[in-house]
Design a protein around this ligand. Structure first.
Ligand SMILES: Cc1ncc(COP(=O)(O)O)c(C=O)c1O
Length: 395
């Protein structure tokens, strides 16, 4: 029976490296020692005070969460924005709690894209997080990936794009600290991006879900800081997933232009996505505390130090990797897929860069997911494999 189906679903559904993924899945199923740096889902426990807030937040009667979220959560997010970036935002008009940042990124274009209008594209960086493209396509828009390079520090430079390209866009997504390269942007980068986006009347969206995972003394800035008091045309996505070890809780936020937030509020009751209220209570506790985020950061910095020291010692070229969650390195020998496959034979899973877009070819990503000891063990196995001559591209 030929039942109706959206052709987009199948065209996007396939992962570019299906064979690699199958092999990795098989190895995970065998449950032998496995050094899995592929999926960004950390193993450190969620802090007990957050779990407690979740349990304490379970009401006697369960009711639907609202699109606006509970007022205390909006206030907690606004307070964190002030503490972290020194920026005052109105919790009721400029803050929207979301069920993690992924769904917010995906759904956001539904309120912004006119599928029959002239400005349908989303500009985003390749390699990058593919949900920017997917959300836009499902909303009836088009995708305009911009190839990022090592030479330009993996930064999406809007002022290098033709006016035609900018005029065709409804949305630009920037993402620093960057998945997959770990590259960061400075305040002047955001100043320039904001200027170009405003000149061409594009909504500038900044995915800052990794903004709290950074080396000591190197806090990445937010686009919000470049806005001054004028947040028009700007939306920033934040998340508790990595900051607070809450990937399973689904808690994030959009902060920015009050009119754009109002449109998201209008849109979202149609979808029915909001964090369940007990999760929102856990989120209030998490946004309200910086101590646990600093503790987690220290752990990620330790893992980063282990892996950077190892890669440097064995002569592998590192790029980006300024923030803490991801380490990005050049495939010895140049073929990221071949190198990832060879690593897999030693039970080390790294993501080939091309999985994040064609411009990622030749590079690999390590998500600093194993424990500190797990990183040390992996480095040992990896080094032995290099010495044995069983990894390509090493002399
Ligand atoms: C760049 C980027 N944005 C957004 C997300 C979504 O994060 P979450 O939905 O857990 O907040 C991820 C997750 O890995 C990501 O890498």
């Amino acid at each position: 029976m030929a039942l109706p189906s959206n052709p987009l679903l199948r065209s996007l559904g396939g992962y570019p490296l299906a064979a690699f993924q199958d092999m990795a899945r098989e190895m995970r199923a065998q449950r032998a020692v496995l050094h899995d740096f592929s999926i960004g889902d950390p193993v450190e426990p969620t802090p007990p005070f957050i779990r407690r807030a979740l349990v304490d937040g379970i009401p006697e009667t369960s009711q639907y969460p609202t699109a606006a979220g509970v007022a205390e959560l909006r206030a907690a997010i606004a307070t964190w924005v002030r503490r972290r970036f020194g920026v005052e935002v109105d919790p009721d008009r400029e803050v929207l709690p979301t069920a993690g940042s992924k769904e917010a990124v995906f759904h956001l274009p539904l309120a912004l894209v006119d599928p029959h209008g002239p400005r349908r594209s989303v500009i985003w960086g390749d390699p990058g997080y593919q949900v920017y493209e997917r959300g836009q396509l499902f909303a009836g828009g088009t995708s305009d990936p911009v190839a990022l390079t090592h030479g330009r520090g993996w930064r999406l430079e809007l002022d290098a794009l033709d006016a035609d390209r900018l005029q065709a866009a409804s949305i630009v997504w920037t993402n620093y600290p960057h998945n997959p390269t770990g590259a960061t942007a400075d305040a002047t980068y955001y100043d320039r991006a904001l200027q170009v986006a405003r000149e061409h009347e594009i909504v500038l969206c900044s995915d800052e879900c990794y903004v709290d995972i950074h080396p000591d003394g190197a806090e990445p800035p937010s686009l919000l800081q470049s806005c001054g008091d004028d947040r028009s045309g700007v939306l920033v996505a934040f998340s508790l997933s990595k900051r607070s070890g809450m990937t399973g809780y689904r808690c994030g936020a959009l902060v920015g232009d009050a009119d754009l937030i109002a449109d998201q509020r209008l849109l979202r009751p149609n979808i029915g996505t909001a964090s369940p209220e007990p999760m929102q209570h856990a989120a209030i506790a998490a946004w309200g505390d910086d101590r646990h985020a600093a503790d987690r950061r220290a752990i990620f910095n330790e893992k980063r130090a282990v892996m950077l020291e190892f890669l440097q010692r064995v002569g592998i070229t590192i790029s980006g990797s300024d923030a803490t969650f991801y380490v990005w390195f050049a495939a010895p020998g140049g073929d990221d897929a071949a190198y990832a496959e060879a690593l897999l034979r030693h039970r080390i899973i790294a993501s080939p860069g091309r999985a994040f877009g064609p411009a990622g070819a030749g590079w690999l990503r390590l998500a600093l997911v194993p424990s500190v000891d797990g990183c040390r063990d992996a480095a040992e196995v990896w080094e032995k494999a290099i010495t044995d001559g069983s990894l390509p591209g090493h002399r």
